[in-house]
Design a protein around this ligand. Structure first.
Ligand code: DGL
Length: 253
């Protein structure tokens, strides 16, 4: 059983890509809606929340962990060893598969992410390792706005003001390095026009799961959802992604 976690609805974009690729996977998903958004939190806070998320998933019998949250990537190494005896090959996170996707590419990359992700420098370091320069753009209000389910106009205005002063001609690709952002990918495309491509790493992460954990994680296609605080937006987003599936959403006490 694969345990997936994120601050809230963002990781559902990764779960959806995973389910398309591997429908028979069994998944328990934890959305930490009570503490969302994560992007403005300190490294210490994120480490504590990451340990708690991994503990919850381990309690639910997850044997592999997929972190569908870029903001906690820097906290994962310590959390793994502190929270559970999980060997490194039982963890997949966002940064590795995202950066590996650009290994052979000559695209000029602008990476949009939360402040926590940018501050941690995990992407800057990983791109440096493949000999590629990357520019970062923080969109501090965006994940929280998506989590609250604000209007399309509000989302558009956050994205527009984030890109103010950015020379979009200097890039070929915008990477959505926060799992919430693909939920508003069409707004990104409208704001940026057709000269830039918009890249959602979810598919690369799903492929990594297949290569690393298949067929070991083959199951019956079951999905369970746990959230730390009830959220109508979370329930709606699950229903939108998985309309034909009977799913259980439990609110943790
Ligand atoms: N979706 C997460 C990420 O990929 C967290 C965003 C947030 O809660 O601020 O970074």
């Amino acid at each position: 059983m694969i345990g997936i976690f994120d601050s809230g609805v963002g990781g559902l974009t990764v779960l959806s890509a995973l389910k398309k690729r591997l429908p028979s996977v069994d998944v328990v998903y934890f959305g930490d809606t009570k503490h969302a958004p994560y992007g403005g939190k300190s490294r210490e806070e994120l480490t504590t929340l990451t340990i708690e998320a991994i503990r919850i998933l381990a309690r639910e019998k997850a044997t592999s962990i997929l972190s569908a949250c870029n903001s906690v990537s820097a906290s994962l190494a310590v959390s793994l060893f502190d929270a559970m005896a999980l060997p490194p090959e039982r963890l997949i996170e966002m940064v590795g598969p995202t950066v590996a996707h650009f290994r052979e590419s000559s695209e000029r990359v602008l990476l949009c992410a939360t402040e926590a992700t940018i501050r941690s420098e995990v992407y800057q370091n990983a791109f440096r390792m493949i000999g590629k320069e990357v520019h970062m753009l923080a969109l501090p209000a965006l994940a929280g706005a998506i989590e609250r389910g604000v209007s399309r106009e509000e989302i558009e205005s956050i994205i527009r003001s984030g890109f103010e002063g950015i020379d979009t001609n200097a890039y070929d690709t915008v990477v959505l390095a926060c799992t919430h952002y693909p939920l508003v990918q069409d707004v990104f495309k409208d704001v940026l026009g057709s000269s830039l491509s918009v890249y959602d790493p979810a598919e690369a992460v799903a492929l990594r799961v297949e290569r690393q954990w298949w067929p070991r994680e083959t199951g019956n296609g079951e999905m369970r959802f746990l959230i730390s605080e009830d959220s109508p937006i979370f329930r709606e987003t699950v229903a939108r992604f998985f309309p034909d599936t009977a799913v259980r959403i439990e609110v943790l006490e």
